[in-house]
Design a protein around this ligand. Structure first.
Ligand SMILES: [Zn+2]
Ligand SMILES: [Zn+2]
Length: 301
């Protein structure tokens, strides 16, 4: 399995000289199995570049096929879809896998982006064949040789973590999540007040989802000193990511969802602080960087 980062930024895309090293595009990941099967995770602004690269291949002739995994549908995770060129080529096949958003389907959310108040090209002009599969949170699915396990994250609305298993390797993607012991933000999580029994159960389930994963991509939006009065924003620190990775026996932790306010030096500092905390752990720790591919091979790193 190969994982390539096309967008690593949270909240909104940026372009500034001191952000070019990690990259300014918002969430988009691409997975490829050795069989050639392709999976796109989220359609933040990073998907635009991915789409252009796909148009250098079979997608420009309408012979492309890919599965799109929807984590959640906040702006930073969907704003690139209308600019994804392979959607406009007849013959391409896309299959959206999603839990929807509390009674609203992914089809409705995507087509809403093309309302003429927001975008000049109507949704019906998307000429590719696009199918929509909705699952219930907690379901496991098998798609194109990839096993997918799903879990609801602690983030406003309905936000999904996926464990992807293929080629005898495993990656868990947790793009946006808050400390469960501080606040409960997700739909049907029972409200804002901490609940220690719920927190323990949630943490056990999340740790099981990540157990022995080759790679864990995890929200590390905040410095420790920033999160104190922003727990309800729905994001985490490098330390939160490390604690989960350590308890789950993860081999490689990738810090993700870099805050748009943070420059490259500040992302370096979050990475270094996390490495310092994890110096007695055997896991590798890096920060997600646009354009970088992690090649897990056919049986792990
Ligand atoms: Zn986000
Ligand atoms: Zn979000």
């Amino acid at each position: 399995m190969k994982l390539t980062f096309y967008g690593v930024r949270g909240s909104y895309p940026i372009s500034r000289p001191n952000n070019v090293r990690y990259g300014g595009n918002s969430t988009c990941l691409h997975f490829r199995l050795t069989s050639g099967a392709e999976f796109i995770f989220d359609g933040g602004s990073g998907i635009v570049k991915l789409g252009r690269e796909m148009m250098d291949r079979e997608f420009s002739q309408g012979n492309g096929k890919a599965t799109v995994l929807v984590g959640h549908t906040h702006w930073d995770h969907i704003l690139g879809y209308p600019f994804f060129l392979p959607f406009y080529v007849p013959g391409n096949d896309f299959r959206f896998i999603s839990a929807g958003q509390t009674g609203v389907s992914i089809h409705e959310i995507l087509s809403g982006q093309h309302h003429d108040l927001h975008f000049p090209v109507p949704f019906k002009d998307l000429a590719a064949n696009i199918e929509y599969d909705e699952f219930s949170i907690g379901d496991s699915l098998a798609v194109d040789g990839m096993k997918l396990t799903t879990f609801q994250l602690n983030h406003p609305g309905l936000t999904v973590a996926y464990r992807l298993e293929g080629d005898s390797t495993s990656v868990v993607v947790i793009t946006d999540t808050a400390r469960i012991h501080a606040v409960r933000l997700g739909d049907n999580m029972g409200g804002l007040e901490p609940d220690s029994a719920f927190s323990r159960r949630y943490t056990d389930q999340l740790t099981a989802l990540c157990a022995n994963a080759d790679v864990l991509v995890h929200d590390a939006h905040f410095f420790d000193h920033e999160i104190q009065d922003k727990e309800h924003w729905g994001h985490a620190t490098g330390e939160d990511a490390l604690i989960l990775a350590r308890n789950a026996g993860v081999k490689h932790l990738v810090l993700f969802h870099h805050a748009p306010e943070h420059n490259d030096t500040e992302v370096d500092q979050i990475l270094q602080a996390t490495r310092d905390l994890g110096r007695r752990d055997s896991l590798k720790i890096t920060a997600a960087t646009e354009g970088v591919t992690i090649d897990l091979g056919e049986a792990g790193p």
